[in-house]
Design a protein around this ligand. Structure first.
Ligand code: T4K
Length: 370
């Protein structure tokens, strides 16, 4: 085993020498931000790669979420999941919106559509589901509910870069979807994010909102924010895009090795691969059941003591944090499935530069407890 710590993820980075010409170009043209040439190039390239018509780049995924809610003019209450990264529901609080938490499905890590209707009130204006780990939500069922009650749907698609169903990119669903290009994601621009927009008019409005609401030198149409992606991030994205397929293929191989050796191990449940045309293998979650010799937390600590930094994404639940736990919908009795999953989940390291012998030794350490 190497002396170096092994994290749950490590950013995929292109060879440094490939990035130098991009930096030279930025230094020479002196456009550092505000819809510069790399920004334009990345938007175009991402539309092609993700098979979407319009995209608006952001400095990070959280600003994309906050802005998407404003673009959809969402107010009042929004139905969302407790099983996600904290940014999902924080984006609601930043807009003065009350989150209403609904449990996840027993068959996935995502919002249970069967439980959404019971949570709708006259104040509900939208649904904010998450395609957790890149596993697609039940989009048709969710859309049907939204259509019936006149609700907007904003997908937190932070984990879904490159995920496709039989028809196209997963991020085309809903009124809007947001992506994250954070360092820990399948595709990264150091920090970064985007909103997938259904039409040019919506993109235009979002472009204004992320640039202080400025239309031109003398016109400001809304109290927008500074959510812009800069040229270094955008250049990184353009270069990363050339490497992302290879990177996803490496992740797929790691997924295969884990499955091959951990499937059937007593006390470990490995979620089935999602039924997608293309998955991105962004995470490798396993569930540590009571029949496993160690508790989930003991296994987590044990791996950590040996330099393996797995992560309990998403434990604690969002509803366990102080700014949410007082809400009626945060009550544990409302969220039995999410509570159970959060107690059992462990995400194992998965990233392109993870070596085969490192994977084998992680598997060996886990199996030593069976
Ligand atoms: N919605 C969802 C569903 C999300 O998962 C996220 C972000 C968002 C919205 C918001 O998008 P952004 O605003 O972030 O674009 C990480 C990420 O910071 C966060 O982006 C991500 N989700 C979340 C699931 O994971 P932490 O606090 O667990 O990250 P951290 O710093 O502990 O990194 C994990 C491991 O990765 C480290 O142990 C070491 C390694 N690492 C990390 C960084 C940042 C590196 O090797 N290099 C690095 O530069 O939140």
């Amino acid at each position: 085993m190497s002396e170096k710590p092994i994290f749950v993820t490590q950013p995929s980075l292109p060879p440094l020498e490939e990035f130098i010409p991009y930096l030279e170009e930025i230094w020479s043209n002196k456009i550092l931000t505000n819809d510069g040439p790399f920004h334009k190039q990345l938007e175009k390239a991402l539309c092609e790669y993700l098979s979407v018509d319009h995209i608006s780049l952001f400095a990070n995924g959280t600003l994309a979420l906050v802005t998407a809610l404003q673009a959809l003019r969402v107010t009042g209450e929004v139905i969302t999941t407790p099983y996600s990264f904290i940014a999902t529901s924080h984006s609601l609080l930043w807009n003065g919106i009350s989150p209403v938490f609904v449990d996840i499905s027993p068959h996935s890590f995502n919002l249970d559509p069967h439980k959404i209707e019971a949570a709708i009130t006259p104040k509900t204006t939208a649904i904010l589901p998450v395609h957790c780990y890149g596993y697609p939500c039940e989009v048709d069922h969710i859309q049907k509910i939204a259509d019936t009650y006149g609700l907007k749907v904003l997908y937190d698609a932070a984990h879904t870069f490159g995920v496709r169903d039989k028809i196209g990119g997963i991020s085309r669903h809903g009124d809007l979807s947001i992506l994250s290009f954070h360092a820990t994601k399948v595709f990264n621009t150091f920090e970064g994010g985007a909103i997938i927009c259904p039409d040019a008019k919506t993109k235009q409005r979002i472009d204004y909102l992320k640039n202080f609401g400025i239309v031109d030198e003398t016109t400001v149409i809304a109290p927008g924010i500074n959510g812009k992606m800069n040229e270094i991030q955008a250049a990184m994205g353009v270069l990363q895009l050339a490497h992302v397929d290879k990177s996803i293929a490496c992740r797929q191989e790691i997924d295969r090795l884990y499955r091959q050796d951990l499937e059937g191990v007593d006390g470990i449940t490995i979620p089935e691969k999602p039924n997608t045309a293309q998955h991105n293998f962004s995470y490798f979650p396993i569930l540590i059941e009571p029949s496993f010799l160690l508790s989930r937390d003991a296994l987590y600590e044990n791996l950590k003591s040996r330099g393996i930094f797995s992560r309990r994404y998403f434990y604690p639940l969002i509803t366990d944090f102080p700014m949410y736990r007082g809400l009626p919908s945060a009550n544990l009795s409302n969220l039995p499935q999410a509570t159970d999953t959060a107690q059992k989940v462990l995400c194992l390291p998965i990233y392109p530069s993870l070596k085969r012998e490192e994977i084998e030794s992680i598997i060996k350490m886990i199996k030593a407890h069976t």
